[in-house]
Structures are given as C-alpha cells and as structure tokens.
Design a protein around this ligand. Structure first.
Ligand SMILES: *Cc1c(COP(=O)(O)O)cnc(C)c1O
Length: 364
C-alpha cells in the first residue's frame, strides 16, 4: 500500500479573521464549517483515488445517487484539541479509523486504510489549523474542532446492490463547551414503543440509519419534557442499550461500575476509554446486560449512587431522572465520580494531565 497522495487547493476566500474570532467566541455545535474539506473517491477498478483538499462548499449529486435512496453510508465523530503551547492533537484517531472499517463492512462499503483515514483528518486539520479554538484565553473552557469523516454510496444507480462509486469526505466544525451554564444532569425518557437495533442489525455500526430511526423516539422524549431517549433491547424489552448517541454507566455504592455489554450498541471510544480510566482509578468495571429493573431497584435502594452517559460531543454527562408511560425512577443522589472521570478525560485531551495511556496523536 502506497500512502495516499493528497492534492491541496487553497480557499481564495477564507473566512476573515474578525469573523472567525466571532465564530470561535461562541461556536455552538455543527453550525459553522472550516474553509476546506477533504474528498477521496473509490471505484472497484481504481480503488481509492483523487484525494484532495479543496475550498469547503456544496457538492452536486445526481437525484438518483444511491445514498439518497438506500442510506448506504457510515460516519465518524472526533475532535482536535489545542494545548496551551499551541500544539494540536487528536484523541485515539486509530480507534475511529478502525471503527469506520467495521461500520463500512456492515454497510458493504469499501475499506479505507487506517493510515489513510488518519492522514485525511490530519491534513484537513493542518490546513484549517486557525479554526482549532485556543484554550489559553480565559473562559474558553473546552472548545475544540469537531471533525466529521463520512463515507457514502455516490453511484448514480437505483438498483439495490453495493454502490460501485463511493466517496469519503472529512469536514470540520468548531465546537463550544457542552456545558455552558454549568453541568446539569440530563433527564431521560424510556421508549417502550421503539428500539434502535436488533440481533444481526446495524446497531454496532456508526451509520445515519441508526440516527434516522432514533428521531421519532427522541421527539417523544422532548414532548414528554425529557432531554434524551433511552432504548431497551429489541427481544425482551428489558435490557438497557444506550441513548440516541451516548453509552451509559451505572455506579454502585461499593465502587463497582456497570456498562451495558455490546453487540447491538455502538461501541463508543469514550466508553472504552472510561473502562480503562475507571480501572486505573481502582473501580471494578462490569460489561454485561443491565436490566431496567436493576436500574429502578438500584436507585430506589440507594445502591446506585450515580449514572452517567458518554460520547465524544458531551464527553461525560450526569444522568438524572428516568420516566416512561406510567412510571419513573428518580435521579441518583451523586455526581462525584462522574465529574472526576469527566475531568480526568478532558485533562488528558487538552494536555493538562499526563497521557499515561498514549491516547493522544499530534497533528500540529
Ligand atoms: C458515536 C456514538 C456513540 C459514542 O461514541 P464515541 O466514540 O464515544 O463518540 C454512542 N452511541 C452511538 C449510537 C453513537 O453513534
């Protein structure tokens, strides 16, 4: 495998410095995009070819493009963090690259080599380095550059079979601190009507279809006055899976931590990192099926002290009360370990704590 050659065409009209400063002062999430984007294309004969970085902008697709009809696509979510010395780093990018290979396998999309995935992300972040928020100014907290690699069926064809033309792109968007007005636990709605994944389905793949199927349940959660929806397993409707886009953890009074086992859930890189981190902090971590009854009984008896959810966007967020049609479980009493784990992770990501696991990858 020869490494991918990337051709770069600079944006002649980059966002002006004063406008950029305005955006970075309050970036929000997923609203503003950098000056460039990365694209590489695949065909069975040529393999991956024509890797390029170009000015950010709309792409033109034929109305018959396969992804628009059959949703053959995968994506990733990761961040670039600026350290106090100005350097820029990503967090475990090879894990994102490997997960995209697994997701792509499930969606019958071609393999993009781990090195090429990382090279694409690194090169885009380098070209758009000025978009990585700085954390040294007062009050800039946890701002980062959110990076979104994605791969989709770009063949113009309405037949149902794996696409013979595939496009992989990377775009980036500055992201603000998730907790702006201080940390507030998320309240959850338990859906008994919808599930997000079944045995043999694509629950473990990071693909848009999983999000599409979660939206109506999320809409109901909001209508019920809750922040997020929780899904149960599709077979028995008893075991906790995850939120729409975050994995879950239950902390017991004896220090044990339980997180639902994988298979139909998406294996978060934050989830995996917390398993390692909590182990180092002296906690026993159990990956197993976890029933909704254990949740209710644990909180009611006081055995469960904390519940939290995790993912790249929010890092770690405490979970409050749970409600469903005809019942509820109150919020667990504490958030101490939740906030400790959160701080430990964020400190490594922003270079404020030693990276003992070797999780960081330098980009600039
Ligand atoms: C991306 C994602 C997560 C979190 O994964 P991280 O790698 O920690 O960001 C959890 N659940 C779903 C469904 C996801 O798509």
């Amino acid at each position: 495998m020869t490494p991918m050659q990337i051709r770069t065409t600079r944006n002649e009209h980059p966002v002006a410095e004063d406008r950029l400063a305005e955006i970075l002062a309050d970036p929000g999430f997923g609203k503003h995009f950098t000056d460039h984007m990365f694209t590489v294309e695949w065909t069975p004969d040529a393999g991956w070819h024509d890797a390029r970085i170009e000015p950010y902008g709309p792409i033109s697709l034929d109305p018959a493009t396969a992804v628009l009809h059959y949703a053959q696509e995968t994506f990733e979510g990761m961040k670039a963090y600026r350290h106090a010395d100005g350097s820029v780093w990503s967090f475990r990018p090879e894990e994102n690259a490997k997960r995209m290979v697994r997701s792509s396998h499930r969606l019958a999309l071609p393999v993009l080599e781990v090195e090429d995935f990382i090279a694409a992300v690194d090169e885009l972040v380098r070209v758009d380095e000025r978009w990585v928020p700085t954390t040294t100014e007062p009050g800039t907290g946890e701002k980062s550059l959110y990076v979104r690699p994605f791969m989709f069926a770009s063949e113009k064809f309405l037949g149902v079979r794996p696409s013979q033309h595939v496009t992989f792109m990377v775009i980036a968007s500055p992201a603000g601190s998730y907790f702006k007005g201080g940390v507030k636990p998320v309240t959850l709605w338990l859906t008994e009507e919808y599930t997000r994944a079944g045995r043999g389905g694509m629950g473990a793949a990071k693909t848009g279809g999983n999000y599409a199927s979660s939206l109506v349940a999320q809409q109901q959660a909001i209508a019920q006055g809750c922040d997020q929806v929780v899904f149960l397993d599709s077979q028995e409707g008893r075991y906790v899976e995850e939120l729409g886009g975050m994995n879950m953890y239950f902390v017991y009074d004896d220090g044990r931590i339980v997180t639902p086992a994988t298979g139909t859930i998406l294996e978060g890189i934050t989830r995996a990192s917390i398993i390692e981190l909590a182990g180092k902090l002296g906690h026993q971590v159990e990956e197993r099926r976890f029933s909704i009854d254990e949740w209710r009984e644990g909180v009611t008896s006081g055995a469960i002290r904390e519940i939290f959810a995790c993912g790249t966007a929010a890092v770690v967020t405490p979970v409050g009360g749970l409600r469903w049609d005809g019942g509820e479980v109150p919020a667990p009493p504490e958030t101490e370990l939740t906030m400790k784990v959160r701080q430990a992770l964020v400190d490594v990501q922003f270079g404020r704590a030693e990276d003992t696991f070797g999780w960081l990858h330098r980009i600039v």
